[in-house]
Structure formats: C-alpha cells, structure tokens
Ligand binder design. Structure first.
Ligand code: ADP
Ligand code: MG
Length: 238
C-alpha cells in the first residue's frame, strides 16, 4: 500500500498550463520530496494527488487502482496541514479525533486511536490542552496526529514547517524522518528548502515551472545534476 503513479497528468487554470504532461512513480514506503522555487507547481501537484484539485487530463493510480476521479476522502491519503489549521477551541484530543468523528467511529474507538497516535508523537500528557497552550513543535505534532489516526497509505505534507523558527524546524525535520522510519508509510513532502530535501528524501523530484527537471536520490542529484538549475538547487557546481 502507498504506491502512487502519475501518468501524463496535466493541470490548467484557465489558459495557463501549470502542470504540463507529467509522469511520476512513487513506490510504497518511499519518502519523496518535491522541491523547487515558489510558484513552480509543488502545491498544485500535491493537491492533484490528494484529489483537492481535479487533473485536466491524465491518470492517477493509487495502489494499482485508478483514483483519478475518486474523491479525496476515499483515496486513503492524509494531507498534513500547517499547525495553524488546528481548531483553537478544541482540546488536542478532539483535534486529533476530528477525522475519526467525521468518519462516524464510536467514542471508545476514537479514544483508542488517539491514544496510540499520541504515544507515537509524545503528546500523551497534552491531550487535554488546547492548541494555544502548546509550543509550535507540539502543535505541528498534533497536526501530524490528525493524519496518523486515519492510517493512510501515504502522508502528504505541504511545507509543514515553514511557519516554525529555524531551530524548531531542524528538530521537526528529524521527528518527521523518525516517524517515517517507524511507520514505513509513503510520505510526499513539499518544500522549497534544499536542505530539507537533501536530508529527508529517499527520492527528490526537482520541479521547475511544472516540469520535472530530475528525479533521483539526494546523492545522485548531488553527484550528477542534469543541468545548472538542478545543480543550483542542490548546491553543487556544474
Ligand atoms: P508552489 O506550491 O510551487 O509555490 P503552486 O502550485 O501554488 O506553486 O502554484 C503554481 C502556479 O499555479 C502558480 O503560478 C500559481 O499562481 C498558479 N495557481 C495555483 N493555484 C491556482 C488557482 N486555484 N487558480 C489559478 N492559478 C493557480
Ligand atoms: Mg506551495
């Protein structure tokens, strides 16, 4: 579970083709980072995979099934939003349980799953607090907890750390990498930060104006960038 294939997908907004025909294979359990400058289409690509936007053409398959027209809630993927997307008036427990309540799970089952996620994320002692009583890092963990309880076949992150300060960002990077080690679930992580890409990814997808410039491991891109753009992004001369 967690294998995603994009086959000749495109996306237009009006007359503007933001994503030209694009192919990509994401393997089960991979940590894939989409990296590229602001406006290059990273969020759009992630939203297409999540189903929050419809592709203009092409096919998206998830675990071998055509998911192109499957609604977001049925794709088995979980988008992790930035921590400010939490409900400020709800406790941590209620924030994490929110998707389970929406799915109609009974209270005992909700509690069981929330307790499990909280243990993984070191949030057990904070379940009765509200987001405003937490640190930035703890809030980000709550946002991740809300995704974990859904037991998705892949996690989708859109610049989840961009509103955290630099020191916290480093710590959260490590925490997300550790979470990947533990869960071994596919993760797609969008960032414009080269360091995040190089330190977190199994596979980096370098985007420029909606095009994939290169796909490879951090080491492959570092040693053998296809062009100056990729080299510039990865920080090695060419
Ligand atoms: P990134 O996440 O890499 O910064 P985006 O995917 O947000 O880039 O945007 C890619 C391009 O698509 C940008 O030119 C942006 O203005 C455009 N775009 C994104 N969403 C919409 C939309 N809903 N309507 C029109 N244009 C959009
Ligand atoms: Mg974006």
């Amino acid at each position: 579970m967690g294998q995603i294939t994009l086959n000749q997908i495109t996306k237009r907004f009006g007359d503007v083709e933001v994503i030209p025909p694009l192919d990509l294979e994401i393997n089960d359990g991979e940590f894939v980072v989409f990296v590229g400058p602001s406006g290059c289409g990273k969020s759009t690509l992630l939203r297409l995979i999540a189903g929050l936007e419809d592709v203009t053409s092409g096919v998206i398959s998830i675990d071998g099934q055509d998911a192109t027209t499957v609604p977001p809630a049925k794709r088995g993927l979980a988008m992790v939003f930035q921590s400010y997307a939490l409900y400020p008036h709800m406790s941590v427990r209620k924030n994490i349980a929110f998707p389970l309540r929406m799915a109609g799970l009974d209270k005992a089952e909700q509690d069981r799953k929330v307790d499990q996620a909280a243990a993984v994320l070191n949030l057990t002692d904070y379940l009765d607090r509200r987001p405003g009583q937490l640190s930035g890092g703890q809030r980000q963990r709550v946002a991740i907890g809300r995704a974990i309880v859904r037991e998705p076949s892949a996690f989708l992150f859109d610049e989840p750390l961009s509103n955290l300060d630099a020191a916290l960002r480093v710590g959260m990077r490590l925490e997300i990498s550790e979470l990947h080690e533990r869960l071994k679930t596919t993760m797609i992580y969008v960032t414009h930060d080269q360091v995040e890409a190089m330190t977190m990814a199994d596979k980096i997808v370098v985007l420029r104006a909606g095009n994939i410039e290169q796909v490879g491991s951090p080491l492959e891109l570092y040693k053998n960038p296809r062009n100056r753009f990729v080299a510039g992004f990865i920080g090695s001369p060419k």
